[in-house]
Design a protein around this ligand. Structure first.
Ligand code: MF3
Ligand code: CO
Length: 253
């Protein structure tokens, strides 16, 4: 069942996204070599609680922390811990927030210090692939058009798109219909309609697309050990095109 959202619901999701984006800014400000990922988790968690909101990830299917931090070859769902961030690491920071019954979700890849040119081009390609996907969110386009736009952008740059994890509808539930693949065939899949709200969150690998899950049952890593990056926004389809609910004029994301 796919629930089309009213403008009131869309604005509630935006309000949750705003808290996620503010938390993201605070994490980015704290990020430097020597800091632990647990510290970054606590910075986000404290800000979210200060807004009378909760972190959507905390306790979700037993997830033990408030945000996900996936470093270097980690693809998604990394668990904040006592690991110390090093210069040159790339961190995908995933923050989702629930406030007044509605969730908002975003992810930004960032680095503690200078990173290699190859790592920078992976981040640039991943970020731009998300933009290509967002720009496709117009009524009468199809879900497959979004996946196709992302996949073709990524593969033209010699990187690969992860298949095992996808974007998702979001609203009263953290994950709801529709499921959004980051690869696909143009002109296929469900037609986009005003009121659809979902995330686009491409995971892009430097090498092969294959992933596996570590023994902690959460952290997904690349099989070949090469880098992976991710960016995510929450977007509403409107009559006038995409409304990126997790993007704000006065915030950098
Ligand atoms: N943005 C990620 C997702 O939608 C966050 C997952 S939170 C976790 O899958 F708790 F499932 F890890
Ligand atoms: Co998500």
């Amino acid at each position: 069942m796919l629930h089309l959202k009213s403008q009131v619901e869309i604005d509630r999701i935006r309000a949750s996204c705003r808290i996620a984006a503010e938390a993201m800014l605070r994490v980015a400000e704290e990020l430097k070599p020597g800091v632990t990922t647990y510290h970054l988790d606590q910075i986000a968690d404290q800000y979210i609680r200060s807004q009378n909101a909760v972190a959507s990830a905390l306790g979700y299917r037993g997830f033990p922390r408030s945000i996900c931090i996936s470093i270097n070859e980690e693809v998604v769902h990394g668990i904040p811990c006592e690991r110390v961030v090093k210069a040159g690491d790339i961190l995908a920071v995933d923050i989702a927030v629930k406030k007044d019954g509605y969730h908002g979700d975003m992810n930004v890849s960032m680095s503690a210090d200078q990173i290699s040119p190859q790592a920078q081009s992976l981040l640039d390609a991943t970020r731009q692939s998300l933009e290509e996907g967002l720009a496709t969110c117009e009524p009468d386009k199809r879900l497959g058009d979004i996946g196709h736009a992302i996949q073709s952008y990524v593969e033209q740059r010699g990187f690969s798109i992860v298949r095992e994890y996808c974007g998702h509808g979001i609203g009263r539930n953290f994950h709801e219909d529709p499921q959004l693949l980051h690869y696909g065939i143009a002109g296929t899949g469900r037609r986009l309609q005003p009121g659809m709200v979902f995330t686009i969150e491409p995971m892009v690998n430097e090498g092969a697309p294959d992933t596996r899950v570590l023994d902690d049952n959460w952290t997904a890593v690349t099989v070949d050990g090469k880098l992976s990056a991710q960016y995510e926004h929450t977007v509403a389809v409107t009559r006038d095109g995409p409304d990126v609910l997790s993007r704000f004029d006065d915030l950098p994301y």
